[in-house]
Structure formats: C-alpha cells, structure tokens
Design a protein around this ligand. Structure first.
Ligand code: DX5
Ligand code: ZN
Length: 215
C-alpha cells in the first residue's frame, strides 16, 4: 500500500487547523522545516508541530532542511514528530544523528538532494526507517520533478531488495497525477504531495484522486 504525505507548505497558513482537517485520511502530515541557510526559504518552528499535534491524529513527519541539524532534532522530537527526516548533506556525523533520532523515540529518515549519490548511505541503510529522495531541489513547492530521479529510485529499490532491508522509499517534489504511477512502479512507498493537494480547491478530493491513481 502506497502512503500519501501531504505537505502543508502551500496550505493556507492562516487556517492551518482547517487545512489539516481536510487531509485526515492521509498517512502522514509532511512538515517542511526550512532555515534560510541550507535552503533559500524560511518556514515553521517546532511550536507549529506542537500546535498541529493538538488538532490532528495523522502522524507528523518533520523534514528538516536546516544547517544545524543536531540542534533541531530534539526540538522537533519533543514537539511531537513521529518521524524526523534529516539531510545527508548537513551532518558530519550522520550515523550519530540517526541514532539520536531513534533514542528520542522517533522513526529516522535521511534525505538526499538530487545531486547527492546513493553511495553515501551504504553503511547507514540498515539503521534507517526511510530514505527521502528529493525529486526537486529543496526550498519551494510547485517545482517540476527532475526526470533523472526515476533511475535513482530504481537503483535504491534494487539495493534495498538485494540487501533484504525494510527501509521505505519516499519522494518529495513535483509529484502529480501523471507521474505518481511511474514513481510507484520505480519503487516508491511514500509520496509527498504539496501543491497537488493544497492548490486544489478541494484538498480532500485531490488526496483521494492521488491515492486512487496509485492503488
Ligand atoms: C520542497 C519541499 C516539498 C514541497 C513539495 O523543498 O520539501 O515538501 O513542499 O511541494 P510540491 O509537491 O508542490 O513539489
Ligand atoms: Zn519536504
């Protein structure tokens, strides 16, 4: 079963509670944390996770696009994230950071920017609950998916199968109704979708259309 994780980045932020209520059938709420350094945009602090936790039963995954990853992991864990996803490009001690996430009781994911090779995860894959492959350069919603990422997904799926690991593959950026089936065929378990869902006048219907298109 493919999971859907709507990103609230392009939701109506003045009505976040109502916006999240529209996606109550989602598997995850995808929460994009940007610090204005690692990516050229600035978004939400941990208090938003805490606030959202009060109004939704859907588990929250925090995607940390920040330079100072080590300092932010505990804050987003304490705020109530079920899964924390960090970027391989930000940490000198990626293995230690992944262990920190697990010690805090969260699932651990590592994200790779489009240009970052899969090989950097060779010794880490058995420790991961999830790998998030960026299918756009992070920073903004509404970009086009980079076609070279299909091959990256297939290669990661082959590695995970060959090594008999349980780590899931998630993709983030430019997911739409046309490319979703191809992404799933390439090996994706979790689809993040931002503008596809929140730029639709009916986010609940958009979520259902995406789900129906990949089941
Ligand atoms: C991009 C973010 C994404 C983004 C996805 O940096 O990590 O989660 O919101 O938005 P769409 O689906 O519009 O590409
Ligand atoms: Zn994201």
């Amino acid at each position: 079963m493919v999971e859907i994780a709507p990103s609230i980045l392009n939701a109506n932020l003045l009505q976040l509670g109502e916006e999240v209520a529209k996606i109550r059938s989602a598997d995850w709420v995808h929460f994009d944390v940007m610090d204005g350094h690692f990516v050229p945009n600035l978004t939400f602090g941990p208090m938003f996770v805490e606030a959202l936790r009060q109004v939704t039963a859907v588990p929250i995954e925090s995607h940390l696009m920040v330079e100072n990853t080590a300092a932010f992991i505990p804050l987003y864990a304490q705020a109530g994230s079920k899964r924390i996803i960090i970027h391989a490009e930000t940490g000198n001690h990626l293995h230690r950071l992944v262990q920190n996430i697990k010690e805090l009781g969260c699932e651990a994911g590592v994200s790779l920017n489009p240009a970052t090779p899969l090989s950097c995860l060779e010794y880490l894959l058995p420790d991961l609950d999830l790998v998030l492959l960026m299918t756009v350069n992070p920073g903004f919603g509404g970009q086009r998916l980079i076609p070279a990422m299909y091959e990256k997904i297939k290669q990661l799926r082959a590695i995970i199968s060959e090594r008999r690991l349980s780590c899931k593959i998630e993709v983030d950026g430019g997911v739409n109704l046309e490319n979703a089936p191809r992404l799933v065929a390439a090996g994706v378990d979790v689809l993040v979708a931002g503008t596809l869902i929140y730029r639709d006048p009916d986010p609940a219907a958009a979520l259902k259309r995406l789900r129906d298109g990949v089941q």
